[in-house]
Design a protein around this ligand. Structure first.
Ligand code: PLP
Length: 366
């Protein structure tokens, strides 16, 4: 029986990536040693890093005036690192709250007060109980602000902006948490000042955090910022200010190459749409047995949340699904219910298996 892993992160990886890593584990490319034990300054690792960066640049069409870093600390570290770097003394930061992660981001940036002042530009919790998204036209943002921060796909709540919000030319630089959707559909990088994403959802394994930053914003990264948090310091040292997360970068590089063999981001986006549509159809056609509370236009294509409305039945669903090879379908810890995370590496067959299990479970328990 095939096992499908619907975990929200760390999440499933392409089997071919894991097989390559396995084959190369003890001897990377004739070096006689493992990537895991190799000096980060060796030619072999420098080449891995260089290719990972180049492949990400070409997959996302990242313009040359954007720099790429592979840092550590995950998205949670970025919540404050980006603020430390981009906000000057007492400057306003506009925070759009659309779910769990953007709420935490705003809270954590707020701890840097009075160094900066967080202004809540929109609050999807107060407006919609996180089942819909505040339209970008309604965001209360100021061109004087250091930046506006939002999360494009709320991994726990299952809401996602599509299309990608377009802000006016007088908007402050846009900083966006892409953790659970990077590389899942084509985007225009030039719409953003900073894009960041933890690797363990759509890029690879836990440990690496991708930061893509527009060059002109680096002027703000002055020496007042401790080196290990300073984007410019990392760039000046070619990503080697501290020891980079070498193995996680290597795995990310393998995933980038795999994505190229799948036809790139546009191709995978079409497949992602198909996968999500299949699950939402199964929910919508269940006659109310399964529910998804999200406004249809805001439904996430990466994290599909659903429940039966009965916690005991939900628990049984999760348990029986696991016995049938579908793992980690429990919803976010504070939200309950079910959540199917269907990132790039989840094959269509996994989603089809889940959809037929859902129908079967309903037949038995409906
Ligand atoms: C998972 C996730 C985070 C937290 O990431 P860590 O790597 O644990 O810091 C933050 N934001 C979003 C959108 C996420 O999906």
């Amino acid at each position: 029986m095939p096992v499908y892993n619907f975990s929200s992160g760390p999440a499933t990886l392409p089997e071919s990536v894991l097989r390559t890593a396995q084959q190369e584990m003890l001897d990377y490319n004739g070096t006689g040693i493992s990537v895991m034990t190799m000096s980060h300054r060796s030619d072999a690792f420098l080449s891995i890093l260089h290719h990972a960066e180049q492949d990400l640049r070409s997959l996302m069409n990242i313009p040359s005036n954007y720099k790429i870093l592979f840092l550590q600390g995950g998205a949670l570290a970025q919540f404050t690192q980006v603020a430390l770097n981009l906000a000057q003394n007492h400057q306003r930061v506009d925070a759009v709250i659309t779910g769990n992660w953007s709420r935490i981001a705003a809270e954590q940036m707020g701890k840097l007060s009075p160094y900066l002042n967080v202004h809540i530009a929109a609050h999807g919790g107060e407006q919609f109980n996180y089942t819909n998204l505040p339209a970008p036209e309604t965001w209360d943002i100021s061109r004087e602000s250091a930046f506006v921060h939002y999360v494009i796909n709320e991994t726990a709540n299952g809401v996602q902006y599509h299309p990608v919000p377009k802000l006016g030319s007088d908007a402050p630089p846009v900083v966006c948490d892409f953790s659970s959707e990077i590389l899942s559909r084509p985007i225009n990088v030039s719409d953003f000042g900073v894009i960041y994403a933890g690797a363990q959802k759509n890029i690879g394994m836990a440990g690496a955090t991708v930061v893509i930053i527009r060059e002109d914003l680096l002027q703000r990264c002055t020496d007042r910022i401790p080196n290990v948090w300073n984007y410019q310091v990392h760039l000046d040292r070619n990503g080697m200010y501290n020891t980079p997360c070498t193995y996680a970068i290597y795995i990310a590089g393998l995933v980038f190459r795999w994505l190229q063999t799948q036809g790139g981001v546009a191709k995978i986006a079409a497949l992602n749409e198909r996968k999500a549509a299949l699950l939402y159809q199964t929910i919508d056609q269940s006659g109310g047995f399964y529910r998804n509370p999200i406004a249809p236009a805001a439904r996430s294509r990466m994290n599909v949340i659903f429940s039966t409305g009965n916690p005991e039945l939900d628990a049984r669903f999760i348990q029986e699904a696991a016995l049938n090879g579908m793992q980690s379908l429990a919803g976010y810890k504070t939200l309950g219910g079910m959540r199917a995370s269907i990132y790039n590496a989840m094959p269509l067959a996994g989603v089809e298996t889940l959809a037929s299990f859902m129908r079967e479970f309903q037949r038995k328990n409906g």
